[in-house]
Design a protein around this ligand. Structure first.
Ligand SMILES: [Zn+2]
Length: 496
């Protein structure tokens, strides 16, 4: 069923409002006691919705696959971006709003003043991190606390720190590493067809696709990006070796980026180039025995693994697709990579990575299995508890490690998706409800996730994800709600 059909089936106009109660450490605007701005509208409520005057359009994406246009808006308070105040409006061909997901805060009670300029805020962070890398600074206001702050971002080859600096006092309010990493991967010796994926330039074949959408570099086992454009004299990329200049990792990074690009374009009408004019840029052979892969905000990077626990990190499609899906999140919902919004960010990447594996014909419910010679992967969506992750909200990790458990609490949404696709009950017998969720299959489920998650505001909670997915699910709304109930993101928690 197409997403268009899913939305067209929305028959009952129900206002779905999530009152978020999740215990995040982020100064989230949706916390109890603050102004509750989040909404997920469908039907008549969506049709009647008008974008508030203080929200500016930041993107407009045509989603032909769904017969929809998605427009995203950011609320401003003067020159400041309002934290978590993004709205995504889905319109059909007639211009009617069929769904609205996001948050807006009509009454802001601002309690401090902007005394520092952006440069001063950046220098406070420079004292902690040093001056290297690229810097981005935005003035923001938190609608819950009423505090003006600067969001200072620093991008380096293997870190992406965000500091929130009080715009009056200079105090650091929050800090997290937004580098969306996962693991390390490699090469399985299978042959891949690179037709159309290389270009003959000045005497050699380069790993630039003929249409310019994919470019792949060899980082030469150094910790510097992007490295040297991958090159071969006869266009047969068969040089063996886990480390540089071995070509298997380059082939996988390049080829799997293409598979991911084809999936997003064909299945969701998501055009990577509309957000990243440089295309999908990948570097393999990063560092020496480096067991990690990540999206750093502008490109992909893959280590070669240690050769024992992990082989080359780009050798598993679900890893490549997972990391590139972080780029999709960055371009759309921009979910903050810590605590609950970070867990949703991770879950989106696991869900899409797995959907892309199924699209390619090698689907399964584990993550990273192909790059771990002696293990069956790092996460399991069918039963997250196998890898120590929660399958139910009541079992969520509440500590501060791993950005507040972004790679752990993702298990709750991962298992929700598994149950939505396949049906059944919570894999943890202690949490199983006794009543089976009725599964809706992968095709409908992946569309619901794409539409809902890409529309979320940046600080979304699990309850927001529940409301958003129900709002776009059309005739599957009850299945979506039942699956959330089964993982503990239920009416008792969320109020709806
Ligand atoms: Zn990730």
């Amino acid at each position: 069923m197409s997403k268009r059909t899913i939305l067209a089936l929305v028959a009952v106009a129900v206002l779905v409002v999530s009152s978020t109660t999740a215990g995040l450490m982020n100064p989230s605007p949706a916390l109890a006691g603050g102004p509750v701005g989040f909404r997920a509208l469908k039907g008549a409520e969506a049709a009647a919705f008008r974008v508030p005057a203080d929200a500016n359009r930041v993107s407009s994406a045509s989603m032909a696959r769904y017969g929809l246009t998605a427009e995203r808006y950011q609320q401003y308070y003067g020159k400041a971006l309002v934290l978590g105040a993004q709205l995504t409006v889905y319109r059909d061909a007639k211009g009617t709003n069929v769904a609205v997901i996001g948050a807006h805060y009509p009454k802001l009670d601002v309690r401090n003043q902007v005394k520092l300029n952006a440069k001063a805020a950046q220098s406070i962070v420079t004292k902690k991190l040093g001056a290297d890398g690229e810097w981005f600074v935005d003035l923001m206001v938190d609608p819950e606390t009423g505090i003006y702050f600067y969001r200072v971002e620093n991008q380096r080859f293997d870190s992406r720190w965000f500091y929130w600096v009080d715009a009056q006092s200079g105090a650091v309010l929050n800090a997290y590493n937004g580098l969306t990493d996962g693991y390390g991967i490699g090469v399985l010796g299978d042959v891949k067809d690179l037709t159309g994926l290389t270009t003959y330039v000045s005497g050699a074949y380069k790993m630039i696709s003929a249409d310019g959408r994919q470019t792949t570099y060899d980082a030469g086992n150094r910790k510097k990006l992007p490295g040297t454009l991958a090159s071969d004299s006869n266009d047969i990329w068969d040089l063996a070796g886990r480390t540089s200049p071995g070509q298997h990792a380059l082939v996988d990074a390049h080829f799997y980026a293409r598979v991911t690009d084809n999936y997003y374009l064909g299945t969701h009408s998501f055009n990577w180039l509309a957000y990243y004019p440089q295309g999908m840029v990948s570097s393999a052979h990063l560092g020496r025995n480096y067991a990690n892969a990540y999206w750093n905000g502008s490109q992909m990077a893959y280590g070669d693994g240690d050769g024992v626990t992990f082989i080359e990190m780009c050798g598993d499609l679900d890893v490549v697709a997972h990391e590139l899906s972080h780029g999709v999140t960055d371009a759309t919902s921009d979910l903050i990579y810590s605590y609950e919004s970070g867990a949703l960010n991770e879950a989106f990447s696991d869900i899409m990575g797995t959907s892309i594996e199924f699209y390619y014909g090698t689907g399964n419910w584990t993550i990273g299995e192909d790059i771990m010679p002696t293990d069956d992967g790092i996460r399991d969506m069918a039963d997250p508890t196998t890898d120590g992750d929660p399958s139910h909200y009541a079992d969520r990790y509440t500590g501060t490690s791993d950005g507040g458990g972004v790679h752990t609490n993702s298990g709750i949404a991962n298992h929700w998706f598994y149950l939505l696709v396949n049906g059944g009950q919570n894999a943890n017998p202690l949490r199983a409800s006794g009543t089976d969720v009725v599964g809706i299959g992968l095709s409908a489920a992946e569309q619901i996730v794409f539409l809902a998650f890409t529309g979320l505001p940046e600080d979304a909670s699990y309850c927001d994800a529940r409301a958003a997915t129900i709002a776009v699910a059309g005739s599957y709304a009850a299945n979506v709600a039942d699956a959330w109930d089964e993982v503990g993101v239920d009416v008792a928690l969320c109020g709806q």
